[in-house]
Structures are given as structure tokens and as C-alpha cells.
Design a protein around this ligand. Structure first.
Ligand code: MEV
Length: 317
């Protein structure tokens, strides 16, 4: 028996980093997915494989997850350990990940993997509801990234264009915008936890300045909510550029990112970092009138592709 589930990556349109401190963010899932296939094994082992490598542990040794050979694999062993314990099974589990989402560049690949793996592994026993999946996926993600706001896992589970804040959680933005973005990869791999820590240090050293930035971010997000409802691409683009300035001020842009944003500005409505920054990807807002030019333009200096909003979220196959 196989249990298969897939979940989408995400982009953050507005509010990354500030969301960790309670400010509302706007994000959407995108039409690039991770698919996870789980099946029982006769041997009492958990085996995880993905294009990034393969790893295996005996079920008896799962009490110490710090011994997982590759840290990024820890969430999958954690999910399997919980499922084995809760269902008192005598079998092992194989977990296979297949991804269309580039890893480590701000597109939510690790959250999507946590969501899809939670659904797939538990689906061997009972299909979990989306509410249950997201709760567990956030817990799982926090095994490697303690300060995760939960935004990425939430949007990956439910899909669509949403707002998210720590207090109120996830809310659909009631618009069926068919927004298009060019995602351009700086090829500078980052570690989200490290960049979040770097921003925390910045905040601790510059409390007043950071408070002002938070106020500016609140205005940007409020104006963006209106612009999204009115489908005002010019306004959205200019708010993205304002948000990029704030991200630059808190120290998470890089020379390569600045160059990509400068180029993207020439043809798109606006552009900014998406996700943790410190490298990673930028998003540029486009429509039919400027999509090809922007792709050509950014394609000369980076790997880039078109992404649209995904309205499905987690899907069981
Ligand atoms: C990472 O995609 C987004 C951050 O705001 C961290 C988080 O929200 O957990 C940088």
C-alpha cells in the first residue's frame, strides 16, 4: 500500500521577517509542488530518500533524533517516529520525496515537505484533516527551525492567497486574482534560521528603528490588501519596492539580490525578496504585457521561471 500526498511551495508577497514579530504578512502558494510517497517496510527501519540524499535509521534508535545523519532529514524521522508510536505498528516506513521546488532559496520547500510528509506518512494509517496536518507540520518544522512563524506551512496546507499573523493565524484574501510572478533565483543558498537570527540581532541593537520599520510594514500590508482587492498592479508593484527597501534596511539583501531587483524594475510592476533573504529568490509582479520582457531580462543574469497562485494546497493522491 502506498500513501501519496503533495503540497505546494510558497512566495511571500509582503511581510517576511516582520511576521515573526506579530505583523501581518501576505503570501500565496505557487504552482510548484513536493510529492511524498510513503509505504510500509518489513524491516523495522525508517528510510528517507530525496534528490538531496538518502538516510536510514532503525526504529529503536529514533528516541534520539539528534543522531539523524543529515539535519534536514530530521523532520521526516520525527513524523515517522510519531506515526509508529501512535499506531503501535511493528512495520518500518519508507518515505520518498520528489520536488519541483528549488531548496533553500525562500520558496517554502521545507514547509511543503513537512506538510506533504505529515499527510503521506499518517495516511498509511488514517487520512488526517488539513487542520490536523497543519498543526503537526508546524510542530515538525519547529524541530529544525524553532522560531518558525508557521506562515509557510499554513499556506502550503490550505493554498491560495492569504494573510497570516501569529495571533489570528491564516485568513483567505477574498479575491480571485490571477497574479503572475517571475521568480528569479540568486543561487545564493541561505539558512532561514540563521537569517532570522541575524534579523533578531539587528532588532535587539536597533529597537526604535525596528519599531518604525514594523509600523511602515503594517501600512504596506494594509495598502496591499486594498490593492489586491482592486487588482491594482501598479500600486502592488510600488508597495513591493517599498517592502524591499525595508528588507534592505534590516540587512537581508545582497549585492546579487540588489542587482536582480534593479533589473526587474525595468520591465515588471515591482520586485522584492521573497522569504528569508540573505540570498534566495526575488519575485517580480508581471502580467501579459511585460511577462516575456521580464523573463528575458532576468534570464540573462539568473535562473528564473513563471509562477502562478495555487488554489489547492495539500492534495492526497
Ligand atoms: C521564511 O519563509 C519567512 C520568515 O518570515 C520566517 C517565518 O515566517 O517563519 C523569514
Amino acid at each position: 500500500m502506498k500513501s501519496i500526498a503533495s503540497a505546494p511551495g510558497k512566495i511571500i508577497l509582503f511581510g517576511e521577517h516582520f511576521v515573526v514579530y506579530g505583523i501581518k504578512a501576505i503570501l500565496c502558494s505557487i504552482d510548484k509542488r513536493i510529492t511524498v510517497t510513503s509505504q510500509f517496510l518489513d524491516e523495522k527501519i525508517i528510510r528517507v530518500s530525496s534528490s538531496l540524499g538518502e538516510s536510514e535509521m532503525e526504529i529503536n534508535s529514533l528516541n534520539n533524533l539528534e543522531k539523524v545523519p543529515q539535519k534536514f532529514m530530521k523532520p521526516f524521522f520525527y513524523i515517522a517516529k510519531k506515526a509508529v508510536e501512535e499506531n503501535s505498528t511493528a512495520k518500518g516506513i519508507e518515505i520518498i520525496l520528489e520536488s519541483e521546488i528549488p531548496a533553500g532559496v525562500g520558496l517554502g520547500s521545507s514547509s511543503a515537505a513537512c506538510v506533504a510528509a505529515t499527510a503521506s506518512v499518517n495516511g498509511l494509517f488514517n487520512k488526517l484533516s488539513k487542520d490536523e496536518v497543519v498543526k503537526r507540520a508546524i510542530q515538525t518544522e519547529r524541530t529544525i527551525f524553532e522560531q518558525s512563524s508557521g506562515a509557510d506551512s499554513s499556506v502550503s496546507t490550505f493554498g491560495g492567497l492569504v494573510s497570516y499573523d501569529l495571533k489570528n493565524g491564516f485568513k483567505n484574501i477574498l479575491s480571485r486574482n490571477d497574479l503572475s510572478f517571475i521568480i528569479s533565483n540568486s543561487a545564493q543558498i541561505h539558512n532561514t534560521q540563521d537569517v532570522v537570527r541575524q534579523v533578531r540581532n539587528f532588532k535587539e541593537k536597533n529597537e526604535d528603528m525596528f519599531r518604525k520599520f514594523c509600523e511602515q510594514e503594517i501600512d504596506i500590508v494594509n495598502n496591499a490588501t486594498v490593492a489586491l482587492k482592486e487588482n491594482d498592479l501598479n500600486e502592488l508593484g510600488s508597495l513591493m519596492l517599498k517592502n524591499q527597501e525595508l528588507l534592505k534596511q534590516i540587512g537581508i539583501s545582497t549585492e546579487k539580490i540588489d542587482l536582480l531587483v534593479k533589473e526587474a524594475k525595468r520591465t515588471s510592476y515591482g520586485a522584492k525578496i521573497t522569504g528569508a533573504g540573505g540570498g534566495g529568490c526575488i519575485i517580480s509582479l508581471v502580467d501579459d504585457s511585460n511577462r516575456e520582457n521580464t523573463l528575458d531580462n532576468l534570464g540573462k543574469i539568473s535562473d528564473c521561471f513563471l509562477a502562478k497562485i495555487d488554489y489547492n494546497g495539500l492534495v492526497y493522491a
